[in-house]
Design a protein around this ligand. Structure first.
Ligand SMILES: [Zn+2]
Length: 409
């Protein structure tokens, strides 16, 4: 990093993870000027300035009179991006293979790779991720929240619920245990992988047990579901967010819209990343000839489905990449595909990754918007992403919770 700047004047309190710090009383205001500000809710302010006090945005001005602490001329300021589905624990080991338990890496080495993924993700402009789950997420979440290592805010399920052999009662018990362990969300596999046809794997009764208990415990649920029947069963069971949905029909897209369920499909990054890194995955589990053929076939299906999804009235389509080994730090490629191949408007793509994504995480009043009182999660990109979405590849400035992590302006 040419001019990586770790500001030490302000600490970075985490979101509902550590007690709020009182630095807003002592911190000096930080003033940012930019060519334009995208507020994350579909509005653009030409010129303008944002004032940050401590960890929060204190003021948004239409004019940029006065002195800037950071003059981001030529850049567009927008809220830090929110990726609703990222696996920071996935990486390639030193033999150039997808890391699996038993490949010889120690837990410390796993953690270092995770920290590396977190850093790369943050530098690419993603300031919050939701992890569908690995137990290591808990420490990663805490160390990032403490400001000891750089990374996005982490929300995690700590581990998915997937086995069809579990009884509904034992599934309810797992939900309660996850909550006690500090999970932010419950992740469920309702269908097989796209490499194994994507058919429903849990019964309606099992889905009702998990999503019903989660609701009773005040927890959100995110569900891996590809087939239309698995999506329908999950929505009817009261689950909150559906992942992937390659085989979603118009009927289930409408059902999700009617029930206010968030939908997180993927258009390309996850598939292309697997295909581009085929040799690193091949031969492990279902990463075989048939699996790769299924993923190749899924790209046009997923793209067409995505286009139907964004044209489904009222359907809340959010941004999640399903970033695995090889994809960390390239998260915005999914937004580029959504616009270029999936025909989403650049502004809608940005909103899906900011205010709408925050709403899905139940953090709609805290992150994802540039407005007074919100966390100062701000990024600046070269150019205007509402005209050219690839501007998101050129992240020059990253602030999270009022702390500057990248400044290459
Ligand atoms: Zn995933």
């Amino acid at each position: 990093m040419r001019s990586l700047l770790l500001a030490v004047v302000v600490a970075a309190p985490s979101l509902a993870q550590t007690p709020a710090m009182t630095n807003s009383q002592t911190a000096q205001p930080i003033v940012l000027h930019a060519d334009r500000i995208i507020d994350g809710r579909g509005k653009v302010i030409s010129g303008g300035s944002v004032t940050v006090l401590g960890a929060k945005i204190s003021k948004v001005d239409a004019s940029s009179a006065g002195t800037a602490t950071y003059d981001l001329k030529g850049l567009t300021l927008l809220p830090g991006l929110i990726d609703a589905h990222s696996h920071l624990s996935w990486y390639f080991n030193r033999k150039g293979r997808y890391h699996t338990r038993g490949d010889g890496d120690s837990t410390a080495q796993e953690m270092l790779s995770m920290a590396g993924n977190a850093y790369t993700t943050l530098m690419s402009g993603v300031t919050t991720i939701q992890s569908p789950g690995s137990t290591e997420d808990k420490d990663l979440r805490e160390w990032i929240a403490l400001g000891q290592i750089p990374g996005p805010r982490v929300l995690t399920s700590l581990g998915p619920i997937s086995s069809p052999r579990l009884t509904p009662d034992s599934m309810r018990a797992i939900v309660r245990r996850r909550k006690a362990e500090g999970a932010d969300v419950i992740k469920i596999f309702a269908s097989a992988s796209i490499r194994d046809n994507g058919a429903q794997t849990l019964t309606d009764e099992q889905l009702q047990a998990v999503c019903g208990e989660a609701k009773a415990q005040g927890m959100r649920t995110m569900v891996h579901a590809h087939s239309a029947e698995s999506i329908k069963a999950s929505v009817l069971a009261g689950c909150d967010q559906i992942e992937h949905g390659v085989y979603a029909t118009d009927e289930v897209l409408k059902l999700m819209a009617d029930r206010g369920v968030y939908f997180d499909p993927q258009v390309c990054l996850v598939f292309r990343n697997y295909l581009d890194n085929r040799a690193k995955f091949e031969g492990i589990g279902n990463y075989n000839e048939a699996g790769f053929a299924a993923m190749e076939k899924a790209i046009p299906l997923a793209t067409a489905m995505f286009t139907r999804a964004i044209h489904t009235p009222g359907l809340k389509v959010i941004f999640g990449t399903d970033a695995v080994a090889g994809a960390h730090g390239r998260n915005v490629e999914e937004l580029v595909c959504r616009v270029e191949a999936g025909k989403q408007s650049p502004m809608d793509a940005i909103t899906s990754a900011t205010s709408l994504g925050a709403e899905a995480l139940h953090l709609g009043g805290q992150i994802g918007s540039i407005a007074p009182g919100f966390e100062a999660d701000l990024i600046a990109v070269q150019g205007d992403p509402t005209k050219d979405i690839t501007a998101l590849r050129r992240v020059m400035f990253v602030m999270k919770g009022g702390r500057v992590y990248k400044n290459e302006k």
